[in-house]
Design a protein around this ligand. Structure first.
Ligand code: AMP
Length: 379
């Protein structure tokens, strides 16, 4: 007997059949990640329905259907979930209540566990440590007294981070001396937080992994990330790492996905620490969605992270994550996107523009991926 959609929604059974072409993918969020997911879904013959509160959005522009409504609008959420076959999201701060309402009407993938844990830095670190995965040392901070004792325990420098709603360096304050405690606590407006020991990392790398409905997983090659003004600037593939360390990073990403009963693509960010001539990995955070540091996969792999995510949430088999080229992905921030013609004139350079009308400073407007045809690592 075929399960009805709402029965799959409640159980999200791994035995559920793959969604055939012509099915509809619902995406919460209208940004560039939603846009690239929508384009990938269209390539697979799937329809897309975007749900976002903004009047115009990069994702709605390329989707067949769009609902413009607040994430708290219960009636609109139910109508949306009833109109689609599966719901996914392009941002991690989906309100828990929104996900709950949707999940009563359609499968929501990735599921509630991944969403809840990734929304709270304290839960995220406890979850990772529970799997035996190393993170920066940390302490819970709810009061100024907590912060003072955490500084005594972890030492300085340290980083105070709000537990929720932090991204691209927002909601974070570096503390170089214990005398800065009160000012740092004020700077995050006394929000529930954690203090993290400052990691003297050699480099930052990330892994984009995916887990299918049947529990199989696949991880792309490790990318090396450089940030500028707290925003990702470049991702270089492959990261300059020993093969064993790169393999460990991919294994850790897959373990996290399994530990979360995950379905979809996950982005895992690491610090690489040096200890003599040994390198150690420590997870900074993970994002339950496609990730900026995985944009290179659109041009250097047969199956991009966007297609991989759609495949996973639609119950399809995962695609092969191996790359056919080395690549450097560079974000175009604000007015940098005005140089599109220069990039478009270069050989082996793929240009991706998000269709945003206003190039505000700090706004991600597009990215370019330069491919290196000198293939360095056959799988
Ligand atoms: P996050 O929002 O946690 O990804 O942090 C943004 C960036 O701040 C990271 O990519 C690092 O460059 C830096 N950062 C965050 N936490 C730490 C830490 N514990 N030690 C050193 N640098 C950090």
């Amino acid at each position: 007997m075929r399960l009805q959609k709402h029965q799959i929604a409640m159980a999200d059974l791994s035995s559920a059949e793959p969604l055939p072409p012509g099915s509809t993918i619902g995406i919460l969020g209208g940004g560039q990640l939603g846009r690239m997911l929508a384009l990938a879904a269209a390539e697979l013959g799937l329809r897309v329905h975007i749900y976002a509160p903004e009047e115009t959005s990069p994702a709605a522009e390329v989707a067949g259907n769009a609902t413009r409504a607040a994430y708290e609008d219960e009636a609109a959420l139910i109508a949306f979930a009833d109109a689609v076959d599966v719901v996914t999201y392009e941002f991690e701060n989906v309100p828990g209540e929104t996900a709950r309402i949707l999940s009563e009407h359609a499968p929501v993938r990735p599921g509630p566990k991944a969403l809840a844990i990734s929304q709270d830095r304290l839960d995220e670190k406890n979850f990772l440590n529970g799997l035996g995965i190393a993170t920066a040392p940390f302490a819970q901070v709810d009061t100024l007294d907590d912060l003072i004792s955490a500084l005594a325990k972890l030492g300085t420098p340290a980083v105070l981070k709000t537990r929720r709603f932090g991204y691209d360096g927002k909601g974070q304050v570096k503390i170089d001396d214990p005398s800065e405690a009160a000012a740092a606590f004020d700077a995050i407006a006394g929000a529930p937080a954690i203090l993290e020991g400052f990691m003297p990392f050699e480099k930052e790398v990330s892994v984009i992994a995916a887990r299918a409905l049947d529990g199989t997983s696949a991880a792309y090659d490790v990318g090396e990330n450089v940030h500028r003004d707290h925003i990702l600037h470049t991702t270089t593939i492959p990261a300059a790492l020993d093969a064993s360390v790169a393999e460990e990073a991919r294994t850790i990403a897959a373990r996290i996905a399994h530990g979360l009963d995950y379905v979809g693509v996950i982005g895992v960010e690491f610090f690489v620490l040096t200890n003599g001539d040994k390198r150690q990995l420590c997870v900074n955070e993970f994002a339950p969605r496609v990730h900026n540091s995985g944009h290179w996969t659109s041009d250097a792999c047969t199956v991009s992270q966007f297609e991989q995510h759609i495949r996973a949430i639609a119950g399809w088999p995962l695609g092969n994550p191996s790359r056919h080229s080395d690549a450097v992905m560079t974000n175009l921030i604000g007015a940098e996107a005005d140089e599109w013609i220069t990039h478009a004139s270069m050989p082996h350079c793929a240009v991706h523009l998000y269709g945003k009308r206003e190039a505000r400073p700090g706004r991600k407007m597009g990215h370019v991926t330069k491919l290196n045809s000198g293939f360095t690592k056959p799988e």
